[in-house]
Design a protein around this ligand. Structure first.
Ligand SMILES: Nc1ncnc2c1ncn2[C@@H]1O[C@H](COP(=O)(O)OP(=O)(O)OP(=O)(O)O)[C@@H](O)[C@H]1O
Ligand SMILES: [Ca+2]
Length: 892
């Protein structure tokens, strides 16, 4: 890599030396007034190339810096004046109280105020992956560490540079110089082109030198330019330098320095635009990988649904409560136990503003729904919470799908409350409280009744949560702090208090997004922690399952069933699975692995802390900006800021556009490369002179490299991109379609220009001019036609496989501006500053000829697109042919 960069500089350095030499010699032979043009124009062109490249590099790095800052700007909840508000991590001040939950990042230095089984992963600070338990004896929290388990609140004592983390961050700077797979592949292409260019340049150099020194290079009067012994040494050196300059210029043309630029440009451009589409790119390469994704495994809650939950059905006291918030249907004892469970067994909170007003409920959407329901039933959050004290907490996690709390009541009674996935909690219940407030055994009929209610609610896409409790002996509660942290809350013989159905409507627009994926050949799968029935109902609603007939095993599968298959069986059925319900985060990981083994490029969305392994394993991990924990975000490649599935699909679109833009640029650049090289080589070998001189080639180089990258790299994505199958893992960068377009254009340009080169004088009616002028006019015309060809071909490059090359052109302002500028500069070069480029003014007829030559490339490209090409990549054909001929002896 370094060599490559150095080498690029080397060519420019040689050119600079050539410029100086040519300046000195020019002034010496032709006098100060006339002789400086050649050298000065080369020098100017080189400087222009360097400056333009440097400016665009600089601008790109600035943009990445902005995005990096955005990446660190975390939003979180703080408690100020008893009320929870959301602030940016930069706005935390000393004295703030911050709630900590599993998966959070400790945002500042501070001390623990309250906490339950709070465990902190301090590996980011200390380097060792050790989980440290925090309690009143060890209350110090360092910013930058992750909450591995439990929950609590902390008081901020230090922020920013005054924290341990801030000190650490100040001493190391982040490394952003990572290369994406596309860039690696491009480097391969670039090196190849460079080597070809170098060979060609060497060839031209040798041929021209030999011809020159053997006296085969003629002046216009027919006398040889070099006669051994007669020509002055300085003239000879001058001639040799001119030849060397041409050779070096060919190398400059061949070196595709625009390629890396094009990549950074498209990536930076896409990243910026993706921000607007609510996707924050954490790892650059994810952009392009997303374009080749063949399947997306999406969460349900919050991604496909709105995450605005309300309780719409409730069963309690052995019957349905209708409407769900009618207080009068609950016996008082049941009601108070329910309130106790809801208020204490939660990570959310209710804030009642002083002087009235609606209570503000915060917490996760599920918690909010349940707390909201209890408030409607008449719960006074603060009062209930002060009635009992918490002994121990088992926080909710997606593995167990339930959470519990042990409470000590004033009369030394112990209550253990559980809340979690309905059928799981119901399975641990042996009793329930009936309509008259009595605890009665849960008989067969009642179990069936509750199971049936859960199924009914799930079938109408409700999320079911059950709430249960039991009493416990104070004596059996571990007394010692240390033992208490290890205490497993008893979770059997529960008394069922209530089962609620929570409605979480489908996001509007998700159906369309899923359809879009289907058209684009990307299969959408749902992996959810929710009940399979609920999952199925939502999947049908948003089009992941197309009909009820589809909704059978193994299309819809339970996580437990999938988990119990063998590795091979899992790979076998993974393809068919559209919906996985009641899955644990580990099932998600197994699913991703199975899909990857099947050759899929897998995108996975996740929000929870234990989604991290799956996010990591996936080709592209997408985390959720709102619901996602810090840990999930850190394991992801892209953060979906609005948690919306539709935004995930937009990322696919952008990814494809990155890939397509690079391909467009490569096609454009290779055409110029191939044409320029062939023209110069053929001309050099046959006549000893090149029609395109150094300064002209440098201008062509600028058009095709820097300007070309600018014009083509920022094409916005089109719907066309979403109507073809994904490229997957192994499609070559230069497809057969590109080869076809490229070869047609290059062949056309080469043949027309070579005809002009050899027959131009008679074709253009220049016989009566002096040979010197005739030659200059001819070469100017070739140069002009060549440049115009590139400008027109730039339009062709926009649409490699569509007939209408102008579609959406008005949306790409940069393209129009760049093409416009190129055209104006070309006119200026030909008409006004010909001295520098060794060109002459052209009359309108000659302009017309150039324009006609160039414009023919449009119909030509259109005709070319009608030629069908095989889908098998070209190089595979060759390897196959080679294989066949290589194998034939043994075949016989
Ligand atoms: N805070 C909570 N307290 C008690 N039970 C909960 C809570 N949150 C969710 N549940 C129950 O646990 C089940 C599974 O939750 P889990 O977190 O595994 O999935 P999810 O993240 O909600 O869904 P998805 O994976 O689609 O995002 C839910 O269906 C619900 O019944
Ligand atoms: Ca989840």
């Amino acid at each position: 890599m370094f060599l490559w960069e150095a080498w690029q500089d080397l060519t420019l350095i040689i050119l600079m030396i050539a410029a100086v030499a040519s300046l000195v010699l020019g002034i010496k032979t032709e006098g100060i007034k006339e002789g400086w043009y050649d050298g000065a124009s080369i020098a100017f062109a080189v400087i222009l190339v360097i400056v333009v490249t440097a400016i665009s590099d600089y601008k790109q790095s600035l943009q990445f810096q902005n995005l990096n800052e955005e990446k660190r700007n975390i939003h979180l909840e703080v408690i100020r004046g008893g009320r929870r508000i959301e602030v940016s991590i930069y706005d935390i001040v000393v004295g703030d109280v911050i709630p900590l939950n599993i998966g959070d990042q400790v945002p500042a230095d501070g001390i623990l105020i309250t906490g339950h089984s709070l465990a902190i992963d301090e590996s980011s600070m200390t380097g060792e992956s050790k989980i440290v338990h925090k309690n009143s004896r060890e209350p110090f929290l360092m910013s930058g560490c992750k909450v591995a388990d439990g929950s609590g609140t902390m008081l901020v004592t230090g922020v920013g540079i005054n924290t341990e983390w801030g000190l650490l961050m100040a001493s190391i700077s982040e490394d952003t110089g990572e290369e994406t797979p596309l860039q690696v592949r491009l480097n391969g292409v670039a090196t190849f082109i460079g080597i070809v260019g170098l060979t060609v340049a060497l060839l031209v150099l040798i041929v021209l030198l030999v011809r020159y020194f053997t006296g085969h290079t003629k002046n216009f009067d027919g006398s040889p330019q070099f006669k051994a012994g007669k020509t002055k040494a300085s003239t000879a050196v001058d001639g040799a330098i001119k030849i060397l300059t041409v050779a070096v210029t060919i190398v400059v043309v061949a070196v595709p320095e625009g390629l890396p630029l094009a990549v950074t440009l498209t990536l930076a451009y896409s990243m910026r635009k993706m921000m607007r589409d609510k996707a924050l790119v954490r790892r650059l390469s994810a952009c392009e990988t997303m374009g080749s994704a063949t399947t997306i495994c999406s969460d349900k809650t919050g991604t496909l649904t709105l995450n605005q939950m309300t309780i719409v059905e409730a069963y309690s006291g052995g019957q349905k409560i209708d409407p769900p918030d009618s207080k009068s249907q609950l016996p008082p004892i049941l009601s108070s136990l329910l309130m106790e469970g809801i208020a204490q067994n939660t990570t959310g909170s209710v804030f009642v503003p002083e002087g009235g007003g609606d209570p503000e409920i915060s917490g996760s959407p599920t918690e909010k729904a349940i707390l909201g329901w209890a408030v409607k039933l008449g719960m006074n959050f603060d009062a209930v919470r002060s009635e009992s004290s918490i002994i121990h907490v088992f926080p909710f996690n997606s593995e167990k799908k339930k959470g519990g709390v042990a409470l000590q009541l004033p009369d030394s009674q112990v209550h253990i409350h559980w809340k979690g996935a309905a059928e799981i909690v119901l399975a641990s219940c042996t009793e329930y409280i009936n309509a008259s407030g009595k605890i009665v055994p849960l008989d067969q009929d009642k179990v069936l009744f509750f199971k049936k209610s859960i199924e009914d609610m799930a079938a109408s896409s409700l999320r079911c949560v059950a709430i249960a409790y039991r009493t416990y002996d104070m004596d059996k509660v571990p007394a010692d702090e240390q033992q208490k942290t290890q205490w497993e809350l008893p979770q059997d013989d529960l008394v069922l208090l209530a089962i609620v159905g929570i409605k979480d409507p489908c996001r509007p627009g998700v159906r369309d997004a899923v359809q879009l994926c289907k058209n684009a050949g990307v299969k959408v799968r749902m992996v959810t922690g929710d009940n399979p029935q609920t999952a199925k109902a939502i999947a049908l609603e948003c089009g992941i399952l197309s009909s009820a007939e589809d909704a059978v095993e193994p299309n819809v599968i339970e996580g437990r069933v999938f988990r119990n298959y063998s590795d091979a069986e899992r790979v076998e059925i993974a393809e068919k699975i559209s919906v996985m319900g009641r899955s644990s985060p580990n099932d998600k990981l197994l699913f991703v692995q199975a899909l990857k083994k099947r050759g899929h490029v897998v995108a996975v969305t996740g929000d929870g802390t234990n989604d991290a392994p799956a996010l990591h394993e996936a080709d592209i991990g997408l985390s959720m900006g709102i619901q996602g924990t810090e840990v999930a975000k850190e394991s992801s490649d892209i953060i979906i800021l609005d948690d919306n599935f539709a935004s995930v699909v937009k990322v696919v679109r952008w990814g494809r556009s990155v890939y397509a833009n690079i391909q467009k640029f490569i096609q454009f650049q290779l055409t110029v490369n191939v044409a320029a090289l062939i023209i110069n080589v053929v001309a050099a070998i046959s006549s000893g002179d090149v029609p395109l001189n150094a300064v002209q080639l440098l201008w062509v180089n600028l058009i095709m490299d820097t300007l070309g990258a600018l014009a083509l790299a920022t094409e916005p994505p089109t719907d066309h991109l979403m109507h073809r199958p994904p490229v997957g893992r192994r499609e070559p960068l230069i497809t057969n379609i590109m080869w076809r377009n490229l070869l047609i254009q290059a062949a056309y340009q080469v043949s027309v220009l070579l005809v002009l080169n050899f027959r131009g004088k008679s074709l253009l009616g220049l016989e009566h001019e002096t040979p010197q002028r005739a030659n200059k006019v001819k070469n100017t015309l070739i140069f002009n036609a060549f440049v115009l060809c590139q400008i027109f071909n730039e339009f062709n490059a926009r649409k490699p496989d569509e007939l209408n090359i102008f579609k959406g052109i008005t949306k790409n302002h940069l393209f129009v501006v760049i093409v416009g500028i190129t055209l104006v500069l070309q006119v200026i070069i030909i008409e006004f500053v010909g001295k520098f480029t060794s060109t002459v003014k052209l009359n309108w007829k000659q302009w017309l000829i150039s324009a006609v030559i160039a414009i023919i490339s449009w119909p030509l490209a259109a005709i070319g697109k009608l030629i069908p090409v095989p889908r098998t990549p070209l190089h595979k054909f060759f390897t196959k042919m080679f294989h066949r001929s290589g194998n034939s002896p043994s075949d016989r």
